[in-house]
Ligand binder design. Structure first.
Ligand code: HEM
Length: 161
């Protein structure tokens, strides 16, 4: 996959995840519990696809160390703390936790996601694309080669010795 394809995949998966998060909130507000759980399940898959594309971007950049040190723990925190709304949602559905607990877990998780997203954008903005480090840019087009002349460079068959 080229970097452009990875970037397109990342932004498509991220936009889908955000749309599904809004869908999860709307279905919950409307008390459509089955729809809420379905949207949440699809959102988790979309988030995993987003993480896959984000990880695939890594080898194409040289990251500035400080922004990377800040972003990585927040990215792990956001991924790990997804368990909180999932578990409290399940417990609330089974009548073993209040909706308040579930909402608190959702709110906390959304904060970690926003922090991971913000610092991820910062890390990418501060990074150097590997293509420019390796001199991978095509650079100016070299001048066209003059057409081969039989006088300047005779064909091997025309040689007499
Ligand atoms: C990241 C995942 C999740 C998010 C973002 C999320 C979001 C929400 C929100 C914002 C509400 C409160 C709506 C309101 O009344 O203002 C809610 C309610 C609820 N959630 Fe979740 N949720 C998630 C996962 C789950 C899971 C995994 C389950 C069940 C297995 C679940 C079951 C429920 C139920 C039963 C309600 C109450 C709906 C009602 O009032 O009829 N949620 N969720």
């Amino acid at each position: 996959m080229t970097l452009l394809q990875i970037q397109i995949g990342f932004f498509a998966a991220l936009t889908t995840s955000v749309a599904l998060l809004v869908g999860a909130a709307v279905t919950a507000k409307l008390h459509k519990v089955k729809a809420h759980m379905t949207v949440v399940a699809v959102m988790v898959v979309a988030l995993l696809v987003t993480i896959y594309f984000a990880e695939s971007m890594g080898p194409h950049y040289v990251f500035e160390p400080f922004s990377r040190q800040v972003h990585l723990p927040l990215a792990f925190l956001a991924t790990g703390s997804l368990a909180a709304p999932l578990i409290t949602g399940f417990l609330h559905w089974r009548g073993r936790a209040s909706v308040k607990t579930h909402k608190l877990a959702v709110g906390g998780w959304v904060v970690t996601v926003l922090l991971a997203l913000g610092t991820g954008i910062w890390m990418l903005a501060a990074a150097t694309p590997l293509a420019s480090v390796e001199g991978g840019h095509p650079g100016p087009t070299p001048p066209a080669q003059p057409a081969a002349s039989p006088v300047a460079s005779p064909a091997p068959s025309a040689r007499t010795n």
